[in-house]
Design a protein around this ligand. Structure first.
Ligand SMILES: C[S@@+](CC[C@H](N)C(=O)[O-])C[C@H]1O[C@@H](n2cnc3c(N)ncnc32)[C@H](O)[C@@H]1O
Length: 219
């Protein structure tokens, strides 16, 4: 596969405040309805409604908060970027989700949780940026409880109308940031990359459907 110079190379840990601000704006407008759709998809498909959940690369906390609202899960909203974690904290206060969503600074390559900690691990739109994806997936597997589920990937969920609106924004912005590579093309490349990374790892299953590209992990 041809190595692309895409926004995958972004260093989110040290990204500018301006970039964070732009992302927050998008997350609170164009992407806002997507988080509820995805939260429902995960909670309803896997029927995990209690215990601990970790959202890795939680960004501004959209998915983490929606999961907390529709379940009894305690959600650890983890991100490598300090400013993002501050934004998550503000959102938690505003939405009355204190003690239900726990803002957490951390790196997927070295998660600040013990082994067999989480019933559910989710992550949306973050794996593209992980520097060592194999290490990251092994780390997620370590933190997952036996019987738990991981759902890691990218996409806009199953609701056609919401997905198409988010995609419209996604396509334009994505092409600009990725030197003309379309979102679909990008996901296809990522599918191939994930297949290669996960080929000898048991319990990892790639799902590529209308809701996006996801790695389902069962332990
Ligand atoms: C495109 S944003 C997606 C945010 C959020 N999940 C969403 O769907 O709105 C990617 C996020 O992954 C985080 N991230 C990138 N590399 C990470 C790493 N190694 N460990 C934890 N978080 C990371 C970034 O700081 C950023 O908040």
């Amino acid at each position: 596969m041809k190595k692309q110079e895409t926004e995958d190379l972004m260093d989110w840990e040290n990204i500018s405040s301006g970039h964070i601000h732009n992302f927050k704006e998008t997350a609170e407008t164009m992407f806002a309805p997507v988080y509820n759709v995805l939260a429902r998809q995960v909670v309803e498909d896997y029927k995990i409604t209690g215990g601990s959940c970790v959202d890795i690369g939680a960004g501004t906390g959209g998915l983490a908060c929606e999961i907390a609202k529709i379940s009894n899960l305690t959600v650890y909203a983890l991100d490598i970027n300090h400013e993002m974690v501050e934004i998550i904290n503000e959102k938690i206060q505003k939405e009355g989700l204190k003690r239900r969503v726990i803002p957490t600074i951390g790196d997927v390559h070295e998660l600040p949780f013990g082994s067999n900690f989480a019933d559910l691990i989710v992550s949306r739109g973050s794996f593209l940026f992980w520097k060592d994806k194999r290490k990251a997936f092994l780390e997620i597997h370590r933190v997952l409880k036996t019987g738990g589920v991981g759902f890691i990937g990218g996409g806009f969920g199953r609701d056609k109308e919401i997905r198409e609106k988010a995609m419209m924004w996604g396509e334009e912005t994505f092409k600009k940031a990725n030197r003309g590579v379309s979102f679909h093309e990008h996901l296809k490349n990522k599918h191939d990359e994930l297949t290669e990374i996960l080929k000898d790892m048991g319990g990892f299953n790639i799902i590529h459907d209308e809701s996006g590209l996801w790695v389902e992990i069962r332990k």
